[in-house]
Design a protein around this ligand. Sequence first.
Ligand code: AMP
Ligand code: MN
Ligand code: ZN
Length: 671
Amino acid sequence: MFCPGFKDVDAFVKRGLGGVVAATKASGLLPQAGDEFDFYRSFPGFQDFCAVQGERLLHCMSQLMQHHGCRSFMKDRSKLTGLEERFDLVIESNDVILEKVGIMLDEASGVTRSQPVMPAGYQPPRIVVSSWNRKGNDHSGETFHLLHAKNIQRPQLKFKEKVDNSNTPFVAKIFVKPNAIKPLPSCELTERPEDLDVPPALADFIHQLRTQEHMDDMFSHPYQYELEHLVMPEILRSRPDPQLYKPLAETSCTFIETLEDLVALNEKLAKTTEFAVDLEHHSYRSFLGITCLMQISTREEDFIIDTLELRSEMYILNESFTDPTIVKVFHGADSDIEWLQKDFGVYVVNMFDTHHAARSLNLGRNSLDHLLKLYCSVDSNKRYQLADWRIRPLPEEMLKYAQADTHYLLYVYDRVRADLFDAANGQSNLIQVVWSKSKDLCLKKYVKPIFTEESYMELHRKQKKSFNSQQLVAFRLLFSWRDKLAREEDESTGYVLPNHMMMKIAEELPKEPQGIIACCNPTPPLVRQQINELHQLIKQAREIPLLKVSEVLSGFILCSSESTLFGPHDTSHVSESDLMELSLQGSDNHNVPRVILLFLLKEDEGVGNSGHLTVAQQKACSILESFENPFRMYLPSKDIHISKNAKYDPSTKIYEVNIRTVEKTLDPSRQ
Ligand code: AMP
Ligand code: MN
Ligand code: ZN
């Protein structure tokens, strides 16, 4: 017996999965927030029921989380202010649990996690097919393949347009706008209107307004106007007759890697009334990620576009992708919409997302696998989802997988529409909801990851560790080192230095370079290469006076700034009013729940005096200064102050800050 009541693992899993599906289904049926929910809530009986059930659910989750050694709701209840924080906790716990599962699966299959890392340097790609969870019986459906190529040439090297990893907001890559109702804003900034017959001050004002408008246009969604004025096409208003897909084996699948073929495809698409789209993306060896493949299926044919080859030409597809008379069918388009913008400047107008359809139908599971099983009796298998899609030439197996991702999608689109129509008693209102949600997805704008002085705190908050001042400074320095290097080298931050390794280094503050290496197994190539820089950063952090971050403080954001830590510093202007100012600015910023306090530099140790910077400090300083932050003006004051309430103990060199005195100090400023 596997455990009481279950004869084996399968029986247990079956029961568990059944429970999860039922719960998911039930939660999908709950009244919607902001709509029916508010109505129901006006009944005390409903309120009581919700309160009791909510309590029970939280307790359940809390127990699960505690079982896995995670922070839980119940324990830290007083410190959790909002839904967002609770949500972060759930995500964090999921990560921990999944990581455990991953390690156990690896162990079970005898795979060790430390793979040798290849030196950089060109060698022709060699494709390695490895399978894991080799548990004897070779059901191909149950075997995952990790397909990866060692020493793949970086596709970035062939890009005609260099990737822009700079720490600046994303600007839409669109220069022609097919199907426009509202034209693209003109590129040149208008000159100051000298010829206007108005006083100079007014001319300046007009110029300012125009410039502002221009800036707004530059960062707005190019098809916002078209999308907002889009009405649902007539064909979506009636129940469709599902048109069965052609058998996969009998369907031609064209691999497109020349501009000529792409143009021909675009012309074909322009004549259709609908087509299905999917993308494959790679994110490990690139800072922003690279879209490697686009799959397109019409009712007749399948196409796979080599988007590494045609990256700079993909924009021509905007002609069909933004044509409001053609429905583009996606499954789970959230990322796809962003990737299209980021890599190609392609936008979608008139989209139908089958994932949202599945949700509206309360199918319990909304994955494409599930829809394919349900409607097409196809046993697909997402085993190549995480393959390295940069591999060229693509192995036959991967091409087949990619083709299957869109091949059935138009039929699924027909079937879910028919079901939505029936579920709404022959009305199109459910279809309208799905179509509308899909339109909202199209309005999503790609946002580039921006480094700010608070970025590291966001990550720190998500970890369980509560750091002292030295560890926190180390963490901050490592975080900015990693971000800078990842942008420069065009690698993901996870490739440069994975989060858990970064936490470990910050926690242990190794005295020797060898200690840093020991925190990282396997050692990332860039860590090995820059071990001296890292050593200097850790040394720098160790020179900071030790401040015990007391328990009460752990829920707050410790605000600090590089310039005061390593640059000129004058503690004479420390005052309570400064402290208040700082806290007030913080509370205005949505990203910073409550920026409070402090710092903590002993002048006689020379740490704060610009004249006495050690080599390590100078180095750290120069790294940090090289991050000119475009959003500096939105950040809290650069000056960091020591609260007069901080008690300094010379024997331990520790400042003790009592949060209650600080709060008292701050309170009067709130009114
Ligand atoms: P799909 O929509 O299933 O075709 O997935 C498209 C791309 O999303 C893949 O090429 C991956 O880069 C990425 N992806 C999908 N699923 C996952 C996952 N579970 N974890 C990380 N990346 C994923
Ligand atoms: Mn997809
Ligand atoms: Zn796919």
